[in-house]
Design a protein around this ligand. Structure first.
Ligand code: ADP
Length: 325
């Protein structure tokens, strides 16, 4: 079942002189099986929004339906928070700081034990979860969390969330503080978890290049509201507004825009490097340059020179587009 959020507003310190509005009339439906990216400048309300989804923040105004569990400001009926938290797994920024038990296995087994599973059952679930995140329970299970490497700690912390097999996995900047390789590994892991365990994934990210590679849909928050909820290829037609909201446009979109300004239109649908590369290769194909040759075998060779397509000019640059590029 989808997540349906209707007209959600929230203020910290409500009714005090320090009242601070964090969400202002947010309505959003998140379908089963989506990989939703949430973007927005710092303070735009992203964390407050996701914390509503598993009841960490109580609804003040508006309503939320998560898999049939209704969250409103009414005191009764009380929502089944246990069921809600089993359905929505929440991974916070720097999840490794969440590890607190004296061994990794105990740490990961904490959730199931808390839900009433016996120690042996909980630890078996923990072993499975560790395997799922790419850790060997025999190797790391009895170690203290602080003995793990940075990447292993992050994986162990994620295991502690997915151990309950939540249908919805929410991650707040899961790649914060990682190097590019570490980022890719964690996002590949998130994709795998989506396939194998949690079909709906919601990720807060600051990095447009990163999120456009993984997400199937993007929602942009600004000043506590949903500023944009559009298919990605339409979203980036609003480049200036996105920049005004403090967001970077993906490199691939900027490259395509720069080429278009020079008269080379790669067409629509470019949102990331994959779609950009596909559009460039399509352009080569339209001009009659076989991809095999483009890939290096005969790029600047005799055939290209004869056909005049893809031939290098005196400076050694190719004129694939016929535009003197
Ligand atoms: P984001 O995740 O997009 O950075 P947040 O949801 O953390 O945004 O914050 C939204 C607004 O609420 C910001 O203005 C922030 O300063 C404020 N805020 C967040 N947490 C608290 C808090 N615990 N107390 C008071 N204000 C807060």
């Amino acid at each position: 079942m989808p997540i349906v959020v209707k007209d959600l507003s929230f203020a910290y310190g409500k009714g005090t002189p320090f009242e601070k509005k964090a969400l202002d009339g947010v309505s959003l439906t998140i379908e089963d099986g989506e990989f939703l990216g949430i973007m927005g400048h710092t303070g735009s309300g992203k964390s407050t929004f996701i914390q509503h989804l598993n009841g960490l923040v109580k609804v003040q105004s508006g309503e939320i339906d998560v898999n049939g569990i209704k969250l409103t400001s009414a005191k009764r009926p009380k929502p089944d928070l246990k069921a809600l938290r089993a359905a929505v797994g929440m991974v916070f920024q720097y999840p490794e700081y969440q590890l607190f038990d004296d061994t990794v296995i105990k740490d990961v087994a904490f959730g199931p034990k808390n839900m009433g599973f016996k120690k042996e059952e909980a630890e078996e679930m923990a072993r499975q979860a560790l395997r799922l995140v790419g850790l060997d329970p025999d190797e790391v299970g009895q170690k203290a969390p602080f003995e793990l490497s940075g990447g292993q700690k992050r994986r162990a912390a994620i295991a502690g969330v997915i151990v309950m097999k939540p249908k919805i996995l929410v991650l707040d900047e899961p790649t914060a503080g990682l190097d590019p390789y570490g980022k890719e590994q964690i996002l590949d892991l998130v994709l795998r978890l989506k396939e194998e365990c949690s079909p709906t994934v919601i990720v807060i990210s600051h990095d447009m290049d990163e999120i456009t590679r993984y997400a199937s849909r993007l929602v942009v928050f600004g000043e506590g509201k949903v500023a944009f909820d559009l298919p990605m290829e339409q979203l980036f037609e609003h480049g200036r507004e996105l920049e005004e909201l403090g967001l970077e446009i993906p490199t691939a979109v900027r490259l395509a825009t720069a080429l278009k300004a020079r008269g080379i239109d790669l067409g629509s649908g470019i949102v990331n490097m994959d779609t950009f590369t596909a559009a460039v290769l399509k352009k080569f194909a339209e001009k009659g340059v076989p991809v095999k040759e483009f890939c290096g075998i005969d790029w600047f060779g005799e055939r290209s020179k004869k056909s005049g397509i893809g031939a290098a000019d005196d400076n050694g640059s190719a004129d694939i587009f016929g535009e003197g590029i």
